[in-house]
Design a protein around this ligand. Structure first.
Ligand code: SAH
Length: 393
């Protein structure tokens, strides 16, 4: 195994269990590892620090273990087993009401570079590092062991998530079982048709589950606008909560089709729902203040720090417009899923949008991601979803 030695002083972040090693921290290597190989990391004096997947780029090692161990079948079976145990404890795995959940959330489950979402027994696997891709057979076997009979199929969806320069030709395909006939997944008893083969990311955003349940509590009699609706999750909860009317908006025609299908599955022929495929900004420009419950769940406007300022302008414009148009006494759910927008920066952005709109605004809830998206305490970057629930007069 190749050993990587760090420059003096560069061991500090590893001693605090941060799971990434940047290229600038490396002094020397005993050989030329292939991308994805497991390497051992030592401090400048030769003491063992960690084991991890080697990768080419600014993050050169993603740590798998801070104690010497073998990265083999047992390693993956143990880690995936621990993750499954957590999901069972919190009432997700093997639940009768919720069959869509995240089983592996990268660093949060001590498996950096790996995401696995489960939809009614279908595990959709996304590998973001070549190391995870090389270890894929261990991962599939661990899933079969841990999930037992509840595993219907494994779909590897890593074609678009692996670093393109690595030259790994991953194909999106079933690697175990096949597409089941019944693909309906439940979330708090509501039905959804996740589209992992063609949809965004793994096909459905399970991270908003608890925030959607909160919407249900605020919906009675309200006129709801669900901006950036994607598969219509928030809309369907609002309908169950007794909303008077629900309007779903997304710029993607396909998303509107998915939303319509999901609404029809839960509330066939219900006249309260309407949907429009249009750009959010354009829709809000031409709409008067008829809504008293609004949801803003835009895509990550910023994926890197170098575009943060531009992204913040976008978020500010969006939030200002929503705060201007919402009816007095209205409730706004506003989110950001950009990892580079911290909780503090997000709150400051909403604060300045409120001041610009000139409305009286109170914070009712501060929202985050659910426990099946755990945040590794040594890797605060993993806390990506932020939301505020505001009352606006
Ligand atoms: N709220 C959703 C997830 C939103 S994902 C849920 O609960 O599952 C972000 C969505 O924003 C995507 O569906 C994307 O098509 C849409 N989108 C991106 N840019 C947009 C724009 N300018 N106007 C409207 N929708 C947009």
């Amino acid at each position: 195994m190749v050993t990587i030695t760090l420059k003096p002083g560069k061991e500090q972040s590893l001693l605090r269990f941060h799971p990434w090693i940047f290229s600038g921290a490396i002094a020397k290597m005993t050989g030329e590892p292939e991308e994805g190989e497991v390497v051992e990391v030592h401090d400048a004096l030769g003491s063992f620090l960690a084991l991890g997947h080697y990768q080419i780029g600014s993050i050169m090692v993603r740590v798998l273990s801070f104690v010497p161990t073998k990265i083999n079948q047992k390693f993956y079976s143990d880690r995936i087993g621990e993750a499954y145990y957590l999901r069972r404890q919190i009432g997700l795995a093997e639940s009768e009401h919720t069959t869509a959940f995240r089983l592996i959330h990268g660093e949060g489950d001590y498996l950096p570079g790996l995401v696995i979402d489960v939809y009614n027994g279908v595990a959709v696997v996304q590998m973001h590092s070549v190391g995870m891709y090389r270890d894929r057979e261990y991962i599939y076997k661990a899933l079969a062991e841990v999930m037992g009979d509840s595993l219907k199929a494994i779909y590897n969806k890593s074609e678009g998530t692996l670093p393109f320069k690595a030259g790994v030709e991953a194909q999106n395909t079933y690697v175990y079982g096949q597409r089941p006939d019944d693909i309906v997944a439940l979330e708090n008893g509501l039905k959804f048709l996740p589209d992992w083969e063609h949809g965004q990311k793994t096909g459905f955003f399970v991270d908003q589950r608890e925030n959607r349940a909160l919407i249900e509590r605020y919906s009675k009699g309200r006129n709801v606008l669900n901006m950036f609706c994607y598969t219509g999750g928030f809309s369907i909860y609002a309908m169950r909560g007794g909303a008077a009317k629900v309007h779903s908006v997304d710029s993607s025609e396909r998303a509107i089709e998915l939303t319509r299908n999901n609404v029809e599955l839960n509330f066939p022929g219900d006249p309260r729902h309407d949907a429009t495929a249009e750009d959010a900004f354009k829709f809000m420009e031409r709409t008067e203040g008829e809504f008293d419950l609004m949801i803003l769940d835009p895509p990550a406007f910023a994926k890197h720090y170098n575009v943060l300022n531009k992204a913040l302008q976008g978020y500010r414009r969006l939030n200002t417009k929503a705060l201007e148009m919402i009816k007095p006494g209205g409730i706004l759910f506003t989110f950001s899923c950009s990892q580079v927008v911290s909780k503090e920066v997000f709150r400051t952005m909403v604060f300045s949008s409120a001041a610009k709109a000139g409305r009286r605004v109170s914070v009712l809830h501060q929202l985050s991601q659910p426990a099946d998206h755990p945040v590794n305490i040594y890797h605060p970057e993993g806390e990506y979803l932020k939301g505020l629930v505001l009352q606006v007069w």
